[in-house]
Design a protein around this ligand. Structure first.
Ligand code: HEM
Length: 131
């Protein structure tokens, strides 16, 4: 994908989108991701994606990626998973994570699409209380 094309996708995609390289380093962080996590793209790009999650995943995430690169066994790619995200202010929230994989300039990249589940969880909780 060309730089300009990539930038236009990142600026308009409705879900939060985070792109990482195979070391887990963030190379792209969408405007929606900025709003969701409270970080500006320039604070996150060049950092490890583990910045966006609480322990114990934060310490283990490099190993998750290595395991995938070594075994090829997909656990989230192609399936999605509900996980816990962490904002800049340290607060955490439930999020649905979908991961895709692509090869760009003979480099493997992973694209993460993130949906904030906070309001869905809140409504589920209210419905439970109302029963
Ligand atoms: C794997 C958590 C964000 C890329 C995993 C696994 C967990 C996890 C638990 C391992 C699953 C297993 O072994 O059973 C999280 C959390 C995130 C997050 C809590 C919150 C921000 C991301 C993002 C990307 C990403 C944004 C990519 C842009 C990967 C890759 C793997 C992985 C490539 C290995 C492939 C796979 O298991 O299918 N992550 N992740 N993660 N994650 Fe993340």
């Amino acid at each position: 994908v060309r730089e300009a094309q990539m930038r236009s996708i990142v600026e308009t995609v409705p879900e939060a989108m985070v792109v990482i390289d195979e070391r887990g380093i963030v190379t792209s962080f969408s405007a929606t991701a900025e709003r969701l996590f409270g970080y500006r793209a320039n604070e996150v790009c060049g950092e490890n994606v583990s910045l966006l999650m609480p322990s114990p995943d934060r310490e283990a995430h490099d190993a998750y990626i290595s395991r995938y690169l070594t075994t090829g066994e997909r656990r989230i790619i192609g399936y999605g998973r509900v996980v816990t995200g962490r904002r800049k202010d340290g607060s955490t929230f439930p999020m649905e994570l979908a991961i895709g994989e692509a090869v760009a300039n003979s480099q493997r990249i992973f694209t993460g699409f993130i949906r904030d589940l906070t309001s869905r969880k809140k409504i589920e909780e209210e419905l439970r209380q109302a029963q």
